[in-house]
Design a binder for this molecule. Structure first.
Ligand SMILES: NC(=O)c1ccc[n+]([C@@H]2O[C@H](COP(=O)([O-])OP(=O)(O)OC[C@H]3O[C@@H](n4cnc5c(N)ncnc54)[C@H](OP(=O)(O)O)[C@@H]3O)[C@@H](O)[C@H]2O)c1
Length: 243
């Protein structure tokens, strides 16, 4: 029997790259992809391995009740949920005095509360035979980022949640991983650093490869830790003439 894998934030960026990378694996047969944009989800499916059974759910993850209902349907239909990858995220970089209560709450609803909600639903099925959860936090969650208060602190919450859940869920044979990517060329990064040249930083597929490695079956003992994922991008320049 093949595994069932749920991925959020799969309509573009890092979530899409993870979906494409994991679809190359023989042991995963079913994918359930979440994001709000149906078109983006369909584009991701077109890029995934064609042999897979893929369900798309174009929904806002902060619609907690509907998301819970979908997860219950997934659990009943496939009998279990083996892998959950929480990628969806939101950033609106502002200082303390510029941040509205509404935006603070929005950041936490997407980056923290929706992860709690979908993880709780997944674990109801995953605990029957074990599984893997991987949360995408950020290096912003473990170091000071003046001007990014809501985003950075929400990612710190996700790192902490991952560490606690790693210990709490180990009795069910569930491993919880947390990765903290550095700068990666996506839409979200453009919001955080609009003037940056995206060709000079890590690409989403680099993160996809790391996630695939972590979620392999060969017992990598990196669960429960905050794993920083950074790639040095070397720009080749025209060699200077030797004088
Ligand atoms: N790029 C970086 O430099 C970087 C660094 C560290 C960590 N990260 C983290 O990596 C994760 C992926 O980000 P990315 O860089 O790939 O950004 P992205 O390209 O902007 O992708 C964000 C994804 O989240 C989904 N999403 C956002 N709000 C949602 C909501 N309310 N309901 C459902 N889906 C929602 C988006 O889909 P829809 O818009 O279609 O809903 C999209 O698929 C985020 O958690 C981010 O914090 C990124």
């Amino acid at each position: 029997m093949t595994k069932t894998c749920v991925i959020t934030g799969a309509s573009r960026g890092i979530g899409r790259a993870i979906a494409i990378e994991l679809s190359k694996r023989k042991d995963i047969g079913q994918f359930i992809l979440f994001a709000r944009t149906e078109e983006g989800l369909k584009e991701t499916v077109d890029l995934m391995h064609s042999s897979k059974n893929i369900d798309l759910h174009a929904i806002d993850l902060t619609n907690y009740v509907e998301v819970s209902e979908i997860m219950q349907m997934v659990g009943v239909r496939y009998g279990t949920i083996d892998i959950l990858v929480n990628v969806a995220g939101y950033a609106n970089p502002k200082s303390l005095l510029e941040t509205s209560v509404e935006d603070w709450e929005k950041t936490y609803r997407i980056n923290v509360h929706s992860v709690f909600n979908i993880t709780k639903e997944a674990v109801k099925y995953m605990k029957r035979s074990g599984g893997q959860i991987l949360n995408v936090a950020s290096t912003a969650g473990s170091s000071a980022r003046p001007g990014w208060l809501a985003y950075a602190s929400s990612k710190a919450a996700l790192i902490s949640m991952s560490q606690t859940l790693s210990e709490e869920l180990s009795e069910y044979g569930i491993r919880v991983y947390c990765i903290s990517p550095g700068r990666c060329a996506t839409e979200l990064r453009k919001v955080l650093a609009p003037d940056e040249d995206p060709t000079t930083i890590m690409q989403p597929e680099h993160v996809g490869e790391v996630v695939n490695r972590l979620l392999s079956d060969d017992g990598i003992c990196l669960d429960g830790q905050n794993i920083v994922v950074r790639k040095q991008v070397v720009k080749t320049s025209t060699p200077q003439a030797i004088k």
